[in-house]
Write a protein that binds this ligand. Structure first.
Ligand SMILES: Cc1ncc(COP(=O)(O)O)c(C=O)c1O
Length: 439
């Protein structure tokens, strides 16, 4: 039986990782306590290794723990996403952060949220951060704080998660969709033609982990006096030139949904802005429209990031660059080693660092390809099968089939491959081999 080592686990029930082999008098005869080297190794592993080394160690452990996965020749399945590997790796840091909140007795609007708002806004390079309960609410609150409302038009894209459009509708504005470019991002060449007298804002979506052409978006926005709210749900940490995505517009909105590059263990979102008045308005809107007291100056919502999620995000934020780097390494292997004429690989915009929230390929024979992946046990996703303008809920906007040709053509071909930082090398090898074998 493994024996619990007291002294290195501050509190809580120890997990298997927190246990070491039992002391054996036979093994220790005449020598130093044999527990000491392993204890020292464990402390070193936990406190002194760089995040990248820890990720590599963990990846080996994951392989070793799972006998089937250890030998690539018998690997039978690769998940599209697995949250528990990262949770396991961060185990102690996460549990102690949660314990800190439990000890504080403050669960909403406390020090953790305040600290995370400061840490995340300085990471992205914006002055003010306002934690809210999701990116959907972040978009809604940011638009409302910027004065967008009934009858206004907001230009965005249709190949995005439905909440980009639903948030625009929540402030009673009308989404106007433009087609995408070859990078799955807002086609800035089509932007000006979509502007009307009612246009008040642009919501570029930094889809799949890659920034849209913000230089062009901001130029057009300034020329036409439009507000810009960046949808950064899928791109925490991506760069355009030497600036982070989310530091260009009037406001930027982030999602911390568990699958995101920076994922909480529940819902979470955040608004960033350089403008104090906008930040103050967002803070009031997330809290019933109140600024401090039990008195609402305008109608607001209940949309707060809770303390436990903020504490978890504070643990994960310092690891984000390493996680993104790991995603880029896997994406680079896919890009170099997938050599199948039936597969079209994703492209990266010049001057942009793609952080591959999703690795999205295009396949003409998609139905057959998906059946093939299923039989081979390879997880996949489709982001997104129906563009928003063709979804039933948005029929009233009046878009006909064929109105956004590139968006619609992509929707029938796109497939997202397994890609998350804790994917093992053998799993990546396996995905590449299976895809190269598809005929
Ligand atoms: C591009 C985009 N925008 C907005 C959202 C909404 O984020 P949340 O789930 O945090 O509300 C998502 C979530 O998937 C997204 O991918």
């Amino acid at each position: 039986m493994p024996k619990k080592i007291k002294g290195i686990i501050p509190r809580g029930k120890p997990r298997m990782r927190d246990t070491l082999p039992a002391y054996s008098p036979a093994a220790s005869r005449g020598v130093v306590n044999p527990l000491l080297p392993s204890l020292a190794r464990e402390i070193k592993r936990r406190y002194f290794f760089s995040p990248l080394t820890r990720l590599a160690i963990n990846s080996k452990k994951t392989r070793a723990e799972n006998g089937r996965m250890f030998n690539p020749s018998v690997l039978t399945a690769v998940p599209f996403f697995n949250a528990t590997r990262q949770i396991k790796e961060l185990g102690y840091e996460l549990t102690s952060a949660i314990q800190r909140v439990l000890d504080s007795g403050k669960f909403v609007m406390g020090k953790e949220v305040e600290a995370f708002e400061t840490e995340f806004s300085s990471y992205i390079g914006m002055q003010y951060g306002v934690g809210v309960n999701s990116c959907t609410d972040a978009l809604k609150i940011a638009l409302k704080a910027l004065g967008i409302g009934t009858g206004d038009e907001v230009i965005t894209v249709s190949n995005t998660a439905t909440p980009t459009a639903s948030a625009i509708r929540e402030v009673e504005a009308t989404p106007v969709f433009v087609d995408v470019d070859e990078y799955f991002l807002m086609d800035v060449l089509k932007l000006e033609a979509a502007i009307t007298k009612k246009t008040r804002a642009i919501v570029p979506v930094h889809l799949y982990g890659q920034g849209a052409d913000m230089e062009a978006v901001m130029k057009i926005a300034h020329k036409h006096h439009l507000k810009v709210v960046e949808d950064c749900a899928q791109s925490s940490g991506a760069m355009i030139g030497n600036k982070k995505v989310g530091s260009f517009g009037d406001a930027a909105c982030f999602s911390f949904y568990p699958t995101k590059n920076l994922g909480a263990l529940g819902d979470g979102g955040l608004i960033l802005t350089h403008d104090k008045l906008t930040a103050d308005k967002c803070r009031a809107l997330r809290m019933y429209g109140m600024e401090g007291s039990y008195h609402a100056n305008f109608e607001g919502y209940n949309s707060r990031l809770d303390e436990i999620q903020a504490a978890i995000l504070r643990v994960k934020l310092p690891h984000l660059d390493v996680y993104n780097q790991k995603r880029q390494e896997i994406a680079s292997r896919y890009s170099k080693e997938i050599k199948n004429p039936l597969i079209e690989l994703p492209r990266t915009r010049p001057n942009a660092s793609h952080i591959f929230h999703l690795f999205v390929i295009k396949v003409d024979t998609r139905e057959r390809f998906l059946e093939y992946l299923k039989t081979k046990g390879i997880g996949y996703g489709i982001h997104y099968p129906t563009p928003i303008h063709l979804q039933k809920a948005y029929n009233f906007l009046g878009y006909a089939e064929g109105s956004l040709p590139r968006t619609e053509a992509n929707a029938g071909k796109i497939v997202s491959l397994p890609l998350f930082p804790e994917l093992t090398e053998e799993e990546v090898d396996h995905v590449i081999q299976i895809i190269n074998d598809f005929t």
